[in-house]
Write a protein that binds this ligand. Sequence first.
Ligand SMILES: C[S@@+](CC[C@H](N)C(=O)[O-])C[C@H]1O[C@@H](n2cnc3c(N)ncnc32)[C@H](O)[C@@H]1O
Length: 281
Amino acid sequence: MPVVRPHSPHRDSPRDTLTARLRAAGCVFAEDEARLLIDAARTSEELEAMADRRVAGLPLEHILGWAEFCGLRIAVAAGVFVPRRRTEFLVRQAAVLLDAWRQEAGGASRAAPVVVDLCCGSGAVGAALAARCGPVELHGADVDPAAVRCARSNILPLGGAAHEGDLYNPLPPELRGRVRLLAVNAPYVPSAQIETMPQEARLHEPRACLDGGPDGLDLQRRVVAGAPQWLAPGGHVLIETSRRQAAETAAILRCHGLAPRVLRSEKLGATVVAGLLDSPA
Ligand SMILES: C[S@@+](CC[C@H](N)C(=O)[O-])C[C@H]1O[C@@H](n2cnc3c(N)ncnc32)[C@H](O)[C@@H]1O
């Protein structure tokens, strides 16, 4: 007598198979990633190649070519820093300050406030601020040509400009003394801690995106030293930092005549220090 085997109600779908493969490779959000990769691939060969790259450890965002940030799709090219969810806190705090300034200025200032996204990487911070806060005169700057190309693609459509060079050097000189908001997520990881970072960052983002020198604050010191020349009276610099480094970031701001305030989001695990350039009495 032939053996009749019970019919299996479901075989694994290609999506289940991909999810299992991604999970086995250590992807925490394997299900979401599988969906995104399947949506992005135009052919099964392309999907296979994308899955291979992900399993080999490439950041998902570099494979897709975009990252979600503040509800926007930000283009992110290979080798460009992937904007992190915690940096949305920097955007939120910057938006609060811009809104407050607008309310205070009322109809008195018709010009759009000047916003500079220094060390802009993909331009995610500036793009999110322009999208959220209405008309701003937006400038991004980064030392890395690949980042600047990427930032251009993200902020030009929003009316912004991206400049290439070291910190303030490439900014148009006429912005001196006019910057209402300087948003900064410069590298702040202490050099010795780079090797403890997840492989995705360590191997696929340039060291210059991460390494802030011996105590992580080298770039912040240079940013803050230049800030008073660029800020408008009553303007703010907002710097993303870590909880552990916040007191020192605040001390650097104080040292350069900027009144510091430490802001913290437990939910996002984010710390930002705001520095105010007082208006003359
Ligand atoms: C941590 S990433 C942040 C990128 C972006 N602000 C974000 O939040 O997604 C730091 C960025 O600083 C840039 N950078 C490093 N040193 C710089 C310098 N001396 N002048 C300008 N940009 C610099 C890197 O190229 C990198 O894009």
